[in-house]
Design a protein around this ligand. Structure first.
Ligand code: A2P
Length: 296
């Protein structure tokens, strides 16, 4: 992985290694990881191997993706030391509650074939169930046992983060949200910054749907980069962690090759102007209960 990168003034303080972002619990997470939503288990094993061979050191899965077994197998087959891989998984919407979440975690690590994960996330707030606090207590317990090194949330709005803030000393170190140039999430990002929560972008490429916007190609030509690489660099310049999904080995490699350039102020202004507050995936207040989420 190239580390020839212009210092990023917007990255969280303490991110001395330009390939990682510091978490509030003292750990750090690679800035680029592989996402595997809608990838079948065997294909996930192949994608994970490709990614680890290409230099990735972070993989993001979830119980509901149905591919934890393949992800774990891919890590083992890659030959990369487990300790060198940052592994994330998530508790699904049907497993909210203290005991339920503890049991769901046991099943996830069994499927993954690991004794710990690096990050365990609450996949969706499921606020209508009123069990966010019970679920969070379970995550804290799993962390206390050392079986999740860090804990966080996904698809939480400010009001959900505030519920945890009102009740717990232990806070999520990261919120994984739908975030791309069409959906720039200004309010949440400001809240994260104020509360030392790392912003992680799911569907950082807008599921590939925004890559035909001409401005991205124009900027890419100047840097010798593709539209997808321009979008990923925009994220990194803003301090986001990204988990682009690809099942194609060339694109997997391409998506990591974003650490050797940076965007100008003018280019950032042009990307900022792409915002439409347009969600491609599910809204956090209408979480899916069965089947895969439209987003992550
Ligand atoms: P593929 O798996 O065939 O590479 P997101 O991570 O925002 O959800 O986007 C994932 C989508 O974007 C997938 O359809 C993926 O297709 C496509 N994609 C991933 N990387 C690239 C890239 N570098 N260039 C073009 N499309 C990409």
């Amino acid at each position: 992985m190239s580390i020839n990168v212009t210092p990023d003034t917007s990255a969280p303080v303490g991110a001395a290694d330009p390939t990682t972002v510091a978490l509030a619990d003292g750990r750090s997470i690679p800035r680029v990881g592989l996402g595997v939503l809608r990838v079948a288990s065997d294909d996930a094993a192949a994608s994970v191997r490709s990614a680890l061979e290409a230099g990735y050191r972070s993989i993001d899965t979830a119980a509901v993706y149905g591919n934890e077994e393949g992800v774990g197998r891919g890590i083992r087959e890659s030959g990369v030391d487990r300790e060198d891989v940052f592994l994330t998984t998530k508790v699904w919407n049907t497993d909210h509650g203290y005991e339920e979440t503890l049991a769901a975690f046991d099943k996830s690590v069994t499927r993954l074939g690991v004794d710990h994960v690096d990050l365990y996330l609450v996949h969706w707030p499921m606020a209508h169930l009123g069990r966010i606090q019970d679920t969070w207590r379970a995550l804290s317990e799993i962390k206390r046992q050392g079986r999740a090194r860090s804990i966080g949330v996904s698809n939480f709005l400010v009001k959900h983060l505030e519920l945890l803030r009102a009740e717990f000393d232990e806070q999520p170190v990261l919120n994984q949200i739908e975030l791309h140039p069409w959906m720039q999430q200004h309010e949440l990002r400001a809240y994260h910054q104020a509360h030392a929560i790392v912003t992680e972008a799911w569907s950082p490429l807008g599921q590939g749907k925004l890559l035909d916007e001409p401005v991205l190609a124009e900027i890419g030509v100047r840097h010798g980069k593709s539209p997808a690489q321009v979008v990923l660099r925009w994220h990194l310049d803003l301090g986001h962690v990204v988990i682009p999904k690809s099942s194609n080995p060339d694109r997997i490699r391409q998506n990591l090759d974003v650490l050797d350039f940076t965007l100008t102020e003018d280019e950032h202004a042009r990307l900022a102007a792409m915002n439409r507050d347009h969600r491609i995936g599910t809204h956090p207040d209408t979480p899916p209960t069965n089947g895969l989420p439209a987003g992550h």
